[in-house]
Design a protein around this ligand. Structure first.
Ligand SMILES: NC(=O)c1ccc[n+]([C@@H]2O[C@H](COP(=O)([O-])OP(=O)(O)OC[C@H]3O[C@@H](n4cnc5c(N)ncnc54)[C@H](OP(=O)(O)O)[C@@H]3O)[C@@H](O)[C@H]2O)c1
Length: 306
């Protein structure tokens, strides 16, 4: 816990900046629940898997290699079911969907947590900018591929970021999804996180009138492996900042755990949460036309790989 979290906790009521994943799930018995967490081998995803299994849930936890996936089983025991899912590879995503279907699982929640940040130079996969493909398109294919398995009151939690505000000013770059002409490490990360938010908004619209819920969350700023692509001096700086102001990993996992399993979460369809509270995203993230267009375009791209 940083000094700042400690100060924020004093006098606060309910859940907030300094709440941990353990606290927001305290007293919940998740026995019989089945939850999918992507990127469960590292950072806040790993903590999310730990806490959900501790509360009794079965957690399908993805990693991008077999060795990383197997670690989950060793760490969290039989309640963690390891799966392989490389989000930049449509074949791997489809295999993951098929494995989950073959396992006969019904899903209470999907936490789309995996992500990559601030790659220094523009890279493309299958012709699309890498952050956009991994963080958005990969999750789009995975989540839409699994909607049949989502329970009637199931929840989809998209792990976005306040960095969605760093996306290009006019939002999703539909004409230049390869990053050409606008790429910057933070613009591209923000663009993909805006896409996560718009996907949650459009999914929520499609869930309207049901008990299903789609939300997006900002976990806070936490020192994790996410900074792997950043300059060498960022690491020591993050150690210092972590002690002073950043969230701990458990505090970082709190909002997605809260959104996925807390009874309050049933009322959050279409919302964007930060510190376990509803907050306002950017104007672009609230643009229904952009959300709908992104869905249509993502469907079109996904169809190319079928
Ligand atoms: N940490 C923060 O301050 C912060 C702030 C705002 C939002 N977020 C969001 O929180 C989420 C979790 O991040 P974290 O901080 O826990 O980072 P992390 O420790 O780096 O974890 C990211 C996870 O995503 C996986 N991943 C990366 N590229 C992938 C790919 N191509 N296919 C499949 N999985 C892939 C990683 O797998 P490998 O271990 O194999 O690379 C890892 O499991 C991300 O969506 C991030 O954008 C984090």
């Amino acid at each position: 816990m940083s000094l700042y979290s400690l100060i924020r906790r004093i006098g606060s009521s309910g859940f907030g900046y300094g709440s941990t994943a353990e606290e927001v799930s305290a007293g919940l018995d998740l026995t019989g629940k089945c939850i999918l967490v992507t990127g469960g081998n590292s950072g806040i995803g790993r903590k999310t898997v730990r806490v959900l299994t501790m509360r009794g849930a079965t957690v399908l936890t993805t990693a991008r290699s077999e060795s990383k996936a197997r670690i989950a089983r060793r760490r969290f025991g039989k309640r963690a079911i390891p799966l392989i899912c490389e989000l930049s590879d449509p074949n791997s995503i489809q295999a993951c969907v098929d494995n989950i279907k073959a396992g006969g699982h019904k899903l209470d929640a999907i936490i789309a947590n995996a992500g990559v940040m601030a790659i220094p130079e523009c890279e493309t996969v299958h012709g699309y900018e890498r952050h956009f493909f991994t963080n958005h398109l990969g999750h789009f294919m995975l989540v839409t591929g699994l909607l049949d398995l989502l329970k009637d009151d199931g929840r989809v939690v998209m792990v976005s970021s306040s960095a969605h505000k760093r996306a290009p000013k006019d939002g999703i770059q539909f004409a230049r999804l390869d990053g050409e002409g606008w790429y910057g490490p933070w613009e591209a990360y923000g663009h993909s996180k805006l896409a996560n938010l718009l996907f949650a908004k459009e999914l929520a619209k499609r869930f309207a009138g049901t008990k299903r819920v789609a939300v997006a969350v900002h976990p806070g700023v936490i020192r994790t492996n996410l900074i792997r692509h950043m300059k060498w001096w960022v690491k020591p700086m993050m150690v210092l900042m972590s002690a002073l102001v950043l969230k701990s990993v458990s505090e970082g996992a709190a909002t997605q755990v809260y959104a996925a399993v807390h009874p309050d979460g049933a009322g959050f369809n279409g919302e964007y949460l930060k510190d376990c509270k509803i907050t306002q995203p950017s104007d672009n993230a609230c643009d229904p036309a952009m959300a709908e267009r992104l869905w249509v375009e993502s469907e079109r791209i996904a169809a190319q790989f079928e």
